[in-house]
Each structure stands twice: as C-alpha cells, then as structure tokens.
Design a protein around this ligand. Structure first.
Ligand code: SF4
Ligand code: SF4
Length: 327
C-alpha cells in the first residue's frame, strides 16, 4: 500500500483530524488501483473462494459424481457430511439439539461433531460463519448495499438476542423432541436450494436479505442466528486465531468499526489493554485487517497460551508499518 492511497480524514470544520496518538487520521482504505483493491479485499476474496469452493464440492459430488478413491468426494449437507467416505463431519449444534430430543446419534455423527468442535474451537468458533456458511454471501451483499445506500436501522435489538434464540432452540428441542432450529434453519434451506434446486427455502433467504438491508444492520448473523451464537461461545476461550492490535499506530479513527460486522468487539480501550480482539463474537472476517488505514490490525496465529502473548505493538513499530506501506 502506498502513502498516496491514504486520504486525510477531515472534521466537520473541514480541517484534517489528528488521532489520539498525535498522528493524522485517515479515511478507510479504498485505493484506486486494482492491486491496492485486492490488498484491501484480500480476505473477502479468500472467503468467497472458500465458501463457493465448499458449495462446489457438494454440488459436484451430488450432480457430477465427483469422487475420491471410489468414494463420494463430499456428500451430505452442512449439518452432517462425509469427505471421501472417510472423514465424518457434523454440526455440533445440530447434534446437541438431536441429543436433547433424546435420540441417540450414530457414533460416526458423534465423531463428526467432535471433529468440527475441535477444528472451530481451535481456530476461532465463528470462522464457520464467514468462511463456510452460504448465508454470509447474502448478508454481506445486504451489508454492502446498506453502506452504499446509507440505509438507517429501523429497529434496535441487543446482540445478546441470539443467545436467547440459542437457549430457546435447545429448550424447544427438549420439549418437542424435534431438533427445533434444524427445521427452520435458513442455513440448511439455502444450502439445499443451492445444491438440490429451487424451492420455498428462497423465501427465508429473501427474508434475511430484507432484514439485513432495510431493518437492522447485520440483523441475522449479528443478532438472531443461534448457530453463530453457539460458535461464539465455542471459540471464546480456545481460539488460536486472533486479530492483533497495534496501539502505537492506531489513531482511534474508528473506521474499522464501520466495516466490522460485530463492531462491539472493536472496543479500542479494551484493545489497548489486551493487544488483540477478544475471540468469540469476532468472526475472523478480516475486513478490519484489510481496511485499517494505519495497518494497526493483523491476524495473529499462536498455538501457545494466548495469555502469554506479547501485545502486538511490540511487533509493529512505526518503522515496520511504514515499510509495509511501501510498494
Ligand atoms: S485500528 Fe481502527 S481506529 Fe485504529 S487506526 Fe485502524 S481503523 Fe482507525
Ligand atoms: S474484528 Fe475484524 S475480523 Fe473480527 S469480525 Fe470485526 S472486522 Fe471481522
């Protein structure tokens, strides 16, 4: 990224604004050149490749007979699938609901749920939401349109609502002996529509699009989805992938929060104390990392104890940041 890609942030009086660290504030990165745009959007591009690639594996297996060593390459759906007839995968939230209905899942399903739990628990719970879940394609489109059309919220809902929906789904499963969320999950509906054909599921998807576009910013994923809430809890203590924060270069411009689907996690005072975004509700989407004009945010992976990590600013001196901006 070049220095020329940085645009000064102007205050209401038209004067350039200065950050809490005495450095000039800048607008969100939006470089004109393709190379710069790719740098800013690199994680979004990678996420789209992953999301569409996974859908393609399901589609190719179902319709074109893709296989590996004579076994279907990726069969099933996002609640329960199998890779090459060898690796079972199951949505642990779906399995938890099934267990609460007093049904006993197959051993293979339990192994699949344990594998997914371990995988997302280790990386970061909500990576599922933005790197795998197809609903994210719809909600990101709605979010992008909202920003361009300057649409304001019609409704205020606490983000904790999703934890109530999670509890309600579990209680309903136990009471009705039916895996409650699985019946109405727009995630499963969209997946089925994309892989197996057009049907009523599109109505639920359209509902989410309208909710996110006109009613409330990040309405579904950020406020209501119980699966997102489940993965927020899973990754909170164990996630090894975090967004590290550089106190020295951050001007407190607040631009990162405008692109973050979970802006409450970008509490700058807290970030200054911890040196990283607290895992859990952060979905590791990378929007803040790609967009911060001061390069103050970066993905950090560590297999060691997170508590023992040095704050990121020890690794990002202003000199390193200015080198990183050089072409
Ligand atoms: S981390 Fe956020 S507040 Fe700090 S400089 Fe970057 S965009 Fe601005
Ligand atoms: S903090 Fe960054 S990586 Fe986490 S959800 Fe917000 S924009 Fe995405």
């Amino acid at each position: 990224m070049n220095e020329s890609d940085l645009k000064p942030k102007l205050g209401r009086d038209g004067e350039p604004m200065v950050g809490t660290n005495g450095r000039p504030m800048h607008e969100l990165l939006d470089p004109p050149q393709l190379r710069g745009k790719i740098t800013v959007w690199r994680f979004v591009i990678l996420r789209r490749i992953t999301q569409i690639g996974i859908l393609l594996l399901f589609f190719g297996t179902a319709h074109w007979g893709w296989s590996l060593a004579g076994e279907p390459l990726l069969s099933g759906n996002l609640s329960g699938s199998e890779f090459a007839g060898l690796i079972p995968m199951a949505d642990p939230f779906a399995v938890l609901q099934i267990v609460l209905t007093r049904a006993i899942p197959d051993t293979e399903v339990l192994i699949g749920a344990a594998l997914i739990l371990a995988l997302y628990g280790l990386i970061a719970g909500r990576v599922f939401c933005v790197w795998v879940c197809p609903v994210n394609l719809v909600t990101d489109l709605a979010g992008w349109l909202r920003r361009r059309l300057h649409i304001k919220d019609l409704l205020h809902l606490p983000r904790t609502t999703r934890y109530l929906v999670l509890v309600a789904a579990l209680l309903l499963s136990a009471i009705t002996a039916v895996a409650a969320f699985e019946w109405i999950s727009p995630i499963g509906m969209l997946h089925r529509e994309l892989i197996y054909g057009i049907g009523l599921g599109w109505i639920a998807v359209l509902g989410i699009f309208i909710l996110d576009l006109f009613v409330i910013r990040h309405g579904w994923c950020g406020h209501l989805c119980p699966l997102g809430a489940f993965y927020s809890i899973i990754g909170r203590r164990t996630a090894r992938l975090v967004v590290a924060f550089d106190t020295a270069s951050c001007t407190h411009c607040g631009e990162c929060a405008t692109v973050c689907p979970e802006p409450q996690v970008l509490n700058l005072k807290k970030l200054e104390q911890t040196g990283w975004v607290t895992p859990g509700e952060c979905s590791a989407c990378g929007r803040c990392v790609g967009s911060c004009p001061e390069a103050s945010l970066e993905f950090h992976w560590s297999l060691g104890r997170r508590d023992g990590l040095e704050p990121k600013f020890t690794q990002f001196s202003p000199e390193i940041i200015s080198q990183r901006r050089s072409p």
